[in-house]
Design a protein around this ligand. Structure first.
Ligand code: FAD
Length: 392
């Protein structure tokens, strides 16, 4: 792969909206990605493997639990810093960002928000340091966009719960030590259970043959009469709102992360357009190529402002789930469109692993589907503005 010459676009001086801590955190993550992710990521994506050696580094830049309080091992940062870290990691690779998102927002967040003090003390410090990696089991083979229909269930056996069912498409599953699993009680209510590797009847087969998020490890969570200790039930929230609260946090991070992928594609195409000569001119001198670049920077700038404003609202506790849906949907769509245009600007070179664009493009096909598909987020906005549900 070519050396990482990335220069971040900031057409509207978004930096002026950030404080010193934001810039410090962002710059540290940016440097780390350049040093530790860019040189190896193409090789790992090609061989479809998550680079486990970067786990410690991810923990050091605060990517595991950026906003979790320091007393539990988190970085104790605000929502904008969290977003900026996700942006920088996804600038390197969406798969690596997925691993960090799952660990932070889908595993640490529910333990922090819905768990008791003993659960927080037991799990959060080890997850923050990367000693333990986590996964989040909501999606099932027959229930994706409609998680309320889940069939994974647990029975109260007196001194433990008995868990049965299966989850599919689970990021980090093949190597996780801890899985936050959503399952129905005998009364049909959804609860979160912490399932630990080593519990009898719990297996995590890997999903192979993905063309997308190849540097992220995906698998199934299978529960065959798993005895889950009663102290592993998350006591402080139940119902579908509990997993959806985690998704709010993760989707917010994705809205920032997608900007990173888009920035990398734009920056690569801009540089290439000034170097690549055809018909005796750099291709950047042709109007059709300038149109692509001008539209890319316009869309990136709009997405940056959307994410920043959403971050302010997240921080003061006023962001609604529907507002988060809008940003996730818009920014991922923006990134996938930019990746496609940038790929074309590189001609044949655009399809090779010499450049990051094709990898970003393929990765974003997962990002536009997971954590609520593009269409589902549109329906959420539709419901929010009309008050009428078009889901069923
Ligand atoms: C790489 C990867 C990693 C993932 N990681 C995780 C993870 O860590 N944990 C986890 O729990 N899940 C994870 N997922 C699952 C992901 O969240 C689901 O794939 C997603 O929610 C969509 O579900 P589905 O694939 O079953 O599609 P479906 O729900 O079957 O949807 C198929 C199509 O139908 C459309 N559709 C569905 N319902 C409606 C409707 N009412 N109106 C209009 N259109 C509709 C959808 O928009 C979509 O286009 C991951 C997925 C991928 C690909």
């Amino acid at each position: 792969m070519k050396p990482d010459l990335f220069q971040a676009p900031d057409y509207y001086n978004i930096d002026e909206l950030l404080n010193d801590e934001h810039r410090l955190v962002r710059d540290a993550a940016r440097e780390w990605v350049k040093r530790e992710v860019s040189p190896i990521i193409e090789e790992y994506a090609q061989k479809a493997e998550f680079p486990k050696q970067i786990i410690n580094g991810l923990a050091e830049i605060g990517a595991f639990g950026p906003y979790i309080p320091a007393e539990y091992g988190g970085a104790g940062l605000d929502q904008i810093s969290y977003g900026l870290i996700m942006q920088e990691i996804e600038r390197g690779d969406s798969g690596v960002r997925s691993t960090a998102s799952v660990q932070s927002s889908l595993v640490m967040y529910p333990i922090w928000k819905y768990g008791n003090e003993a659960q927080r003390q037991k799990f959060l410090p080890k997850l923050a340091s990367g000693e333990w990696m986590g996964s989040f089991g909501l999606t099932e083979p027959d229930h994706g966009s409609n998680p309320a229909g889940m069939t994974t269930n647990f029975k109260d056996m007196g001194d433990h719960y008995l868990l049965n069912g299966a989850k599919m498409w689970i990021s980090n599953a093949p190597f996780c030590q801890v899985a936050v699993v959503w399952a129905k009680s005998e009364e049909g209510r959804i609860h979160g259970l912490i399932v630990e590797r080593g519990m009898e009847g719990f297996t995590t087969p890997e999903t192979h043959n993905k063309w997308s998020l190849r540097a992220s490890s995906t698998g199934e969570l299978i529960f065959d009469n798993v005895k889950v200790p009663k102290e592993n039930l998350l006591p402080n929230k139940s119902g579908l709102g509990a997993p959806l609260g985690c998704l709010d946090s993760a989707r917010y991070g994705i809205a920032w992360g997608a900007i990173g992928a888009a920035m990398d594609c734009y920056d690569t195409a801009l540089r290439y357009s000034k170097e690549r000569m055809q018909f005796g001119k750099p291709i950047g001198q042709f109007q059709l190529q300038q149109k692509k670049l001008a539209e890319m920077i316009t869309e990136i700038t709009k997405a940056q402002l959307l994410a920043w404003r959403l971050g302010v609202m997240r921080e003061n506790g006023t962001a609604t789930s529907a507002q988060i849906s809008m940003a996730k949907r818009n920014n991922v769509d923006m990134a996938i469109t930019i990746a496609r245009d940038a790929r074309q600007m590189l001609g044949g070179m655009g399809i090779t692993g010499e450049y990051s664009i094709m990898r970003h493009s393929m990765n974003l096909e997962s990002v536009i589907t997971y954590e609520g598909t593009h269409d589902i987020h549109l329906l959420i906005t539709g419901l929010d503005i009309t008050g009428l549900s078009a889901f069923k």
